[in-house]
Write a protein that binds this ligand. Structure first.
Ligand SMILES: NC(=O)c1ccc[n+]([C@@H]2O[C@H](COP(=O)([O-])OP(=O)(O)OC[C@H]3O[C@@H](n4cnc5c(N)ncnc54)[C@H](OP(=O)(O)O)[C@@H]3O)[C@@H](O)[C@H]2O)c1
Length: 233
């Protein structure tokens, strides 16, 4: 699909990668950008249309889909990371539930609600923001990785089920980006603006997956190795 004249809906668009997606969509020629946020007053992007949306709230998701009936590109970006070890008792299970609600059931619910409008508007596309951690985990991040692994198969399943209505599904896999989520990490981080630009180029090229940085490409390539990256620790 083309970004020129597209109508783009971005979840979690008030900061981080979501805000970068909203800006990149406008720069690529989108004619309207809905910037969804839990607090719509926190959307500061001139020209974007703020929409109240907590992706864990089914009624708000339905209302957002009704409001954005002209959508042609949905970007499921909203996500949370709650660092926890798998052996941290009930607290880590509660963190994992919250991550699954936002990172897995959230985009699933939003995709369900927006699919009819995408179909009515000619098919369009969905971007699901995943992670290199869909295929790998590191200490303290295993519950988050599990939510992004579940979201990977959600994305693959949506691609299959939406093919008949002509809706393209593009999964973004990426490592550390310079956003609030990764503020505790001091190593090299990608620019969210560059990742958003690359992803939209991937959407325009019809890509099923965007592997946005070197670490993600290495991990994906290593999945069939005798000792894959997720077993290397
Ligand atoms: N940063 C990284 O290194 C990295 C790497 C790989 C993948 N990712 C993924 O990239 C995406 C964007 O993350 P980011 O790095 O931009 O993180 P961020 O700066 O922490 O921003 C997260 C965004 O998600 C929103 N959000 C959280 N829970 C929500 C909910 N229930 N409903 C609606 N919006 C919600 C936040 O809204 P509030 O302002 O209301 O909290 C915020 O806009 C996420 O899916 C994340 O998992 C990030």
């Amino acid at each position: 699909m083309k970004l020129e004249n597209a109508v783009v809906f971005v979840t979690g668009a008030n900061r981080g990668l979501g805000r970068a997606f909203a800006e990149a969509a406008r720069a690529a020629g989108a004619r309207k950008v809905y910037a969804a946020a839990r607090d719509p007053a926190s959307v500061d992007l001139a020209g974007a249309v703020p929409v109240a949306l907590d992706v864990t709230d089914a009624a708000q998701v339905r209302a957002a889909a009704e409001r954005a009936g002209d959508v042609t590109l949905l970007i499921n970006n909203a996500g949370i990371l709650r660092p926890a070890g798998l052996l941290d008792g009930e607290a880590s299970i509660e963190s994992a539930r919250a991550e699954l609600e936002t990172n897995y059931f959230g985009p699933w619910r939003v995709a369900q609600a927006f699919a009819p409008a995408l179909k009515a508007n000619g098919g369009g596309a969905i971007v699901n923001v995943l992670s290199v951690l869909s295929w790998l985990t590191v200490p303290g991040f295993a519950p988050y990785s599990a939510s992004k692994a579940a979201a990977w198969q959600l994305s693959n399943g949506l691609r299959n089920e939406l093919q008949a209505q002509g809706t393209q599904v593009t999964s973004l896999h990426v490592g550390y980006m310079d956003t609030d989520m990764a503020s505790g990490y001091d190593g090299e981080k990608s620019s969210p603006a560059e990742i958003a630009r690359l992803t939209l180029a991937g959407v325009e090229a019809g890509q099923a997956e965007v592997l946005a940085d070197a670490i993600t490409q290495q991990v994906k390539q290593g999945l069939s190795a005798a000792k894959p990256p997720y077993a290397a620790a």
